[in-house]
Ligand binder design. Structure first.
Ligand code: ZN
Ligand code: ZN
Length: 394
């Protein structure tokens, strides 16, 4: 147990460690930003982060759960609780680091860096998890399946945004590919001999369009047609579409998916085309269940650095593979404002923000807040228990 003056001393050392390392941390983040790598190919970023962790004395395991670019770096006492910082570092196709994952990866490194300077005086262990392929690859889900988070007591990460929010909403989502097999025929000479797969997609699409009115206000339903035939004078024998449903909880997403399958079956029934359904890889994403005690502590830390916050974000919700992790281990995924001009995720403007001085100032503050939250989880009486009790209510 720490005395109040020991606790204050450690807090100050954590903050000073990040301040002292700030120039190098910003260089690392900008270097990752300048080398955008899409899902599962993040070799440059993974090597950069694991190289620094090893240099800091972390025991580093590279490649986990069959994912070459996943990693974990551990430091501290193996007998106590394990607190994890979660790094992301994948970029988007074409537009690069337009989700700012360079900031997420470096913030996790920074928090681990600071904690490594004080962990010998604390009970427990710090683990920095490198989680590839957030953008469409469900890297965290695969790592969970591979046992990477076994024995971990709590996890946290930050994500750049247009505002500070400690318990942001991320929707549960599932998707499927809908394929219709029809029968080709000359569209003028013998249309009656054909079975029109495109008509089946259109029937389904209209069914979905009608269904959208009779859903909860948090539900989002997307549909695009990915194949609608090859030539105007041939009855399409093959057509396909991608459909996805999102909502605040997975139970409702499952309900929506059942109704969407009904729309798909209706298309087949109406046209005689044969229906083939493929559920999207990874099985979708869970909503993020922000751990309340952890999020509240993180919020106190934000205030300490002069930042105000709301619990929920004002902007509309997206989805993330942190969702399944937050249903596996108590965790938080706070949003941190990285720009003062209006922008939004996955745009050129957000990519600029993820490179900017403003963005890096926010990244460093978020890293301090994560490290100080980890400190409290390790030493504040009852906090880790409260965290687990909150998680048990999910
Ligand atoms: Zn993104
Ligand atoms: Zn992101």
């Amino acid at each position: 147990m720490l005395t109040p003056s020991e606790y204050t001393q450690i807090e100050n050392e954590i903050i000073a460690a990040i301040d002292q390392a700030s120039a190098e941390l910003i260089d690392i983040s900008r270097d990752i930003h300048a080398h955008p790598e899409v899902m599962f190919t993040e070799r440059y970023a993974s090597a950069k982060l694991t190289g620094k962790l090893a240099e800091l004395g972390f025991e580093v395991e590279r490649g986990m759960a069959g994912l070459e670019t996943a990693f974990v770096g551990r430091t501290g006492n193996t007998s106590g609780p394990v607190i994890g910082f979660v790094a992301e570092y994948d970029a988007l196709p074409q537009i690069g680091h337009a989700c700012g994952h360079n900031l997420i990866g470096t913030a996790a490194l920074a928090a681990g860096w600071a904690m490594s300077k004080v962990i010998d005086r604390l009970p427990g262990q710090i683990a920095v998890f490198g989680t590839p392929a957030e953008e469409g690859g469900n890297g965290k889900g695969k790592m969970i399946d591979g046992g990477a988070f076994k024995g971990v007591d709590a996890v946290m990460m930050m994500h750049g945004a247009m505002e500070n929010a400690t318990k942001p909403v991320f929707l549960a989502v599932k998707g499927m590919e809908v394929i219709y097999h029809g029968k080709p025929s000359h569209a003028a000479a013998s249309p009656e001999a054909g079975v029109n797969a495109l008509d089946a997609v259109v029937q389904m699409y209209n069914g979905i369009a009608a269904m959208r009115q009779q859903v909860r206000s948090d539900a989002r339903i997307h549909c695009i047609i990915t194949n609608g035939g090859t030539a105007g004078n041939i009855i399409p024998d093959y057509a396909s579409a991608r459909v996805a449903a999102r909502a605040l909880d997975m139970d409702y997403v499952d309900e929506l998916m059942a109704r969407l399958k009904g729309c798909a079956e209706a298309g087949a029934l109406a046209t005689g085309a044969r229906l083939e359904l493929k559920i999207a890889h990874g099985g979708g994403a869970f909503d993020v269940a922000s751990n309340n005690p952890m999020a509240d502590v993180f919020g106190e830390k934000l205030n300490r650095f002069g930042l105000s916050y709301t619990e929920r974000q004002k902007d509309g919700p997206a989805s993330t593979d942190f969702g399944i992790l937050s249903h596996t281990v108590p965790g938080i995924h706070p949003l941190i404002q990285i720009a003062d001009f209006p922008t939004t995720w996955h745009t050129d403007g957000f990519r600029e923000a993820a490179w900017s001085d403003r963005g890096h100032e926010a990244m460093l503050t978020a890293a301090k807040c994560m490290a100080l939250t980890a400190l409290d989880l390790l030493v504040k009486p009852g906090l880790l228990e409260a965290t687990k009790a909150d998680f048990a209510k999910l």
